[in-house]
Design a protein around this ligand. Structure first.
Ligand code: MG
Length: 385
């Protein structure tokens, strides 16, 4: 019986995780659930999964949950999330909180020796240089939940990294793959939220449309698989059937395919090194007929180029990129800026940052806060013009 703590249980990954668990009740128990503020859904999850502890980040939402009087201990704030992540008796933490608030609870879980099923890519984007060595020191396994990294992990299957020539991440290209750069200036948040293949949260849907998500995934792969940035490539694959691939030194390419459904990678992270039956419908390639590929156009997707630039700059630059992007995406969703302003705000924020090493989590977070503040100012000035 694997005992789990799920951080971000009401998000898209969290809900899918609980769905997988509900099919394998004899294999998992849910010890803790943590959410940002969706206490209505959390209350239903408490009744169904009977955790010992829940944590609610937002204090007003925590009080609301207390009034519902559910049969569980209720913690709140960042400290509550940390307690849920480090709870005694938990074997694995599913880290699926959207964005930078996921970093500290994930890092604390690693320090407490918990294995991690990692969906919150920000933990590696912001602080891979601290997170990965800490995991190695504690003998903690970090199992990717992101579909691309799960694919690479499955393709590698323990291969010596010396034999790997290139990790190739696939990207659907999002809903605007066919639009001209001019047309991109006019797209609305509603259009950007309509992802062609995957059903995801808002932030990641916008990041998929800009390809920033793919850039963050390049960073995630860099830390997870410990390869130089030159060895990580991106290819557009609109059908989202091949979830990523690895090219080896002998020219062989191994790819991982399935219908696009997050229950696949989630299930593999939970069951590894086993595979569970009955997770996804069989892939019918004859029905799909055609798998196509394109080189990503850096003019249409400047965010992708920015992520390579940030990764090469190293230190705290990826953290600045991530923070500025969070603010820019929020501003776009609020109708304050154009779709094409997102990458410009990220780029402008990056150009004002002097790279530091980011030697502690606290330093990383303070750089992130600086970048958010600066990006907000740039958004405001943008509107003043
Ligand atoms: Mg992904």
């Amino acid at each position: 019986m694997k005992r789990l703590s799920i951080l971000g249980s009401t998000g898209s990954i969290g809900q899918n995780t609980l769905e997988v668990i509900s099919r394998y009740r004899d294999r998992f128990s849910v010890k803790a659930l943590a959410v940002r503020n969706n206490v209505r859904m959390l209350e239903e999850q408490i009744r169904e999964f009977r955790p010992e502890v829940v944590a609610v980040y937002d204090e007003a939402a925590a009080s609301e949950l207390k009034k519902m009087n559910p049969p569980v201990e209720i913690l709140q704030g960042e400290q509550g999330l940390i307690e849920a992540a480090t709870l005694d008796g938990v074997d694995m933490v599913v880290s699926a909180i959207v964005g930078s608030p996921g970093l500290v609870p994930t890092y604390e879980a690693i320090k407490a020796g918990k294995d991690i099923a990692l969906a919150t890519k920000e933990a590696l984007v912001m602080a891979g240089h601290l997170v990965m060595p800490e995991a190695a020191r504690r003998g903690v396994k970090i199992l990717p939940v992101d579909s691309e990294h799960s694919a690479v992990f499955q393709c590698l299957d323990g291969t010596d990294m010396e034999e790997v020539e290139k990790i190739i991440l696939t990207a659907s290209g999002g809903p605007f793959r066919k639009k001209s750069v001019q047309e991109l200036g006019k797209v609305t948040p509603a259009e950007a939220l309509k992802h062609p293949n995957w059903d995801m949260g808002k932030k990641i849907s916008i990041d998929s449309a800009t390809l920033m998500n793919k850039g963050l995934e390049v960073m995630e792969a860099y830390w997870l698989f410990n390869v130089p940035v030159e060895k990580i490539g991106v290819i557009l694959h609109p059908q989202s059937i091949i979830h990523s691939m690895v090219r080896f030194i002998d020219g062989s390419v191994i790819s991982q395919m399935s219908v696009p459904d997050m229950k696949g990678p989630i299930s593999y992270a939970l069951s590894y090194p086993e595979r569970f039956g009955n997770v996804l419908p069989a892939l019918n390639l004859a029905e799909i007929g055609e798998l196509t590929f394109e080189e990503p156009d850096m003019e249409r997707y400047p965010s992708l180029a920015l992520t390579y630039k940030a990764l090469r700059a190293g230190g705290t630059m990826p953290c600045v990129l991530n923070a500025a992007n969070e603010i820019a995406v929020e501003a776009f969703l609020d109708g304050k800026i154009l779709f094409t302003d997102i990458s410009r705000i990220v780029s402008d924020t990056m150009s004002e940052h002097t790279v530091a090493r980011g030697e502690t989590i606290e330093e990383v977070i303070s750089v992130s806060e600086w970048a958010k503040q600066r990006a907000k100012e740039i958004v405001e000035n943008n509107n003043g013009n």
